[in-house]
Ligand binder design. Structure first.
Ligand code: PEP
Ligand code: MN
Length: 334
């Protein structure tokens, strides 16, 4: 970190800053300039909390050199991390894992049929929400623990590992009993207490990017999980909120190669929530793989017209089967 002093800062003020830095167990190196003095901070292992320094008299600004994430960064861990969830392996050069299934778990028949369709088409994991973060309180909120049981049964019947969303810490014991991977949704990306508890479980985590989160905030959220000793984190770009209303969100595909430069964690893409439109899902799925994604998460429903949630963006079994065949051809080219 670099501390820049005001040009009017007195010797006493500079001295106070030097002492404050040393009190933090760090080394302070004054860099006098013709106009103002800057102070270099050395010896930190990662991001420095500058709250006390920033408010000292005479300080103009602090400039961070280290990022608020370290454990997830490639600087710290140059090799790509592979995250294994049962038979599915994300990242580190493994073939892309396609997670598919309905937005929400509705009935036993819907889950068994949904799982059968996606397994037959070649998906590597099954998804389904039992606890649903809905924009309005009157929308279907999910089946809760009943839904978890249906998801587990469909996973077992199809032989696919399952992922489902956790919204609250109290849901963790039940979800850990039934799921193979925990999903933290866009709306909870900065629920720091939840991130810590999810990290403590040691379960693989699918962390979705918040709809207004910067890349730095996304990686800092992942850092919360990894800081608990759990590096089994798969990132998921699912579109961000912009001024554009023609699509549900704006798919920020450029973060895929960028995250691969910045972090060792796998990154997948959810073209369903990103676009909100069934017709756009196949082409954006392909674009995501071209951009280097380690996998996809696609909403598929046996009968999207009857879906209780996100039917308009859900593929039919037929659509998904066609997409998977196209992805196979694309993978061969890639
Ligand atoms: C989901 O995947 O079910 C979901 C709610 O997505 P997001 O958190 O990205 O909105
Ligand atoms: Mn959905």
């Amino acid at each position: 970190m670099l501390i820049v002093m005001h040009h009017t800062a007195t010797e006493a003020q500079i001295d106070r800053v030097l002492k404050a830095v040393e009190a933090m167990g760090l080394q302070a190196e004054p860099i006098p300039g013709s106009l103002r003095t800057a102070i270099g901070v050395l010896g930190n292992q990662g991001y420095v909390d500058d709250t006390t320094i920033r408010n000292l008299p005479g300080v103009r600004e602090t400039i961070h050199v280290s990022k608020p994430y370290k454990l997830v960064s490639r600087d710290f861990h140059p090799e790509s991390t592979a995250v294994q969830v049962g038979s599915a392996v994300f990242g580190a050069g493994h073939p892309p894992v396609i997670i598919a299934g309905p937005c929400s778990i509705e009935t036993e028949e819907q889950m068994l049929e949904g799982a059968r369709i996606v397994k037959q088409a070649g998906a590597g994991m099954l998804r389904g929400g039992a606890f649903k973060p809905r924009t309005g309180p009157h929308s279907f909120q999910g089946l809760g623990v009943e839904g978890l049981k249906l998801l587990r049964a469909a996973g077992d019947a199809s032989g696919l590992p399952v992922v489902t969303e956790v919204m609250r810490i109290e849901q963790l014991p039940a979800i850990c009993e039934h799921a193979d991977m925990l999903q933290v949704g866009a709306r909870n990306m900065q629920n720091f207490d939840l991130l810590k508890e999810v990290g403590k479980t040691g379960f693989p985590v699918l962390l979705k990017r918040g709809m207004s989160a910067t890349l730095e905030e996304f990686l800092a959220a992942a850092e919360y999980i990894v800081a608990e000793g759990n590096s089994r984190v798969v990132l998921c770009e699912r579109g961000i909120r912009t001024f554009e209303k023609a699509t549900r969100n704006t798919l920020d595909l450029s973060v895929v190669p960028l995250i691969k430069q910045m972090s060792h964690l796998p990154i997948i893409v959810d073209p369903s929530h990103a676009t909100g439109k069934r017709s756009l899902v196949p082409i954006m799925s392909k674009a995501a793989l071209v951009a280097g994604a380690d996998g996809l998460m696609v909403e598929v429903h046996p009968d999207p017209a009857k879906a209780l949630c996100d039917g308009a963006q859900s593929l039919t079994g037929e659509d998904f089967t066609r997409l998977m065949a196209e992805l196979e051809k694309l993978k061969a080219v890639l």
